[in-house]
Design a protein around this ligand. Sequence first.
Ligand code: EPS
Length: 348
Amino acid sequence: MLRYLTAGESHGKAILAILEGMPAGLTVDVNIINEELRRRQSGFGRGKRMRIEKDRAEVISGLKGNVTLGSPITLLTWNKDFSIEKLHKVICPRGGHADLAGFLKYGFTDVREVLERASARSTAATVAVGAMCKLFLNVFGINIYSRVVEVGGEVSREGITEKINSAMRKKDTLGGLFEVIAKGVPVGLGSYVQPDRRIDARLAAAFISIPGIKSIEFGLGIGYASRFGSQAHDAVYHSRSKGYFRKTNNAGGIEGGITNGEDLVLRACMKPISTLMDPLDSVNVVTKRPARAAVERSDICVVESAGVVAESVCAYVLADALLEKFGSDNLEDIKVCYKHYLNRVKKT
Ligand code: EPS
């Protein structure tokens, strides 16, 4: 079983993750993890914090030399902006953020106590975990990509850039739609035998756990609603060279909660960032009087970064499902098992 925990406040000392269940024998190139962290920080519309931080992962357990030991892997990213003890109090919660619900739930006197951990800064840890999982999946020829599909109704690169510029001018923010594609995924990850073993259920939970994600679609997604079954489903073919294959991939690579050997295609919608420079109405939680919501340093649009985070959680779910099917202690054992399985499938 693969599992991970993240820890760290946005302006605390560091952001970290402990990943447990990676098999022994995987060679880790930390530069590749750092490249993923850099990708998470980029994209048009990011805020000033991204000019302060240059996220890099330190692997402080689970490796000897650059090879995994099968023990928990700790991935640590130091924050340059370590100002949690000095930051001003927040008393006017932002609609759309965890501010008010978190403040009431935990009984704080300062809304900042909520936003420090609710911040999407924690996704640096998620991406470090995802990068480890990608390294593992690469051994089996599985690769994961993402792309921005739409921002604020615009689909072209120029249109999106202009839209983000206009949001910036209007002191507003934007969300959008992105797509994640996983290639080289074998048939047979996940299972229909229990609801919680369905790979689509696991991917959906992982995607929705990313801050700001409001919906996820597989393949045709909402497009299924307007089609006849005959236009919606992917017919099955077989050839000697390809084995079983489809000419279409409306299912997005998943049928019955199991990967079917086609590319995984997922789309997710991210809401606009909830910190607004021209803030919405709020209430001062001390006086209970009407006020404007707090203004914090923030981003304008992070759809591209959200795609990188989604690649990471997708990698985590697929790595977990692969380990579940093919063994989990030693990489060489897993490779033998995997090869045997692919041969059996080819002959079937
Ligand atoms: C983020 C770091 C944060 C925000 C953003 C994401 O840094 P700061 O709060 O110091 O500007 O830029 O967090 C949020 C959008 C949020 O809602 O908290 C990061 O590392 O991605």
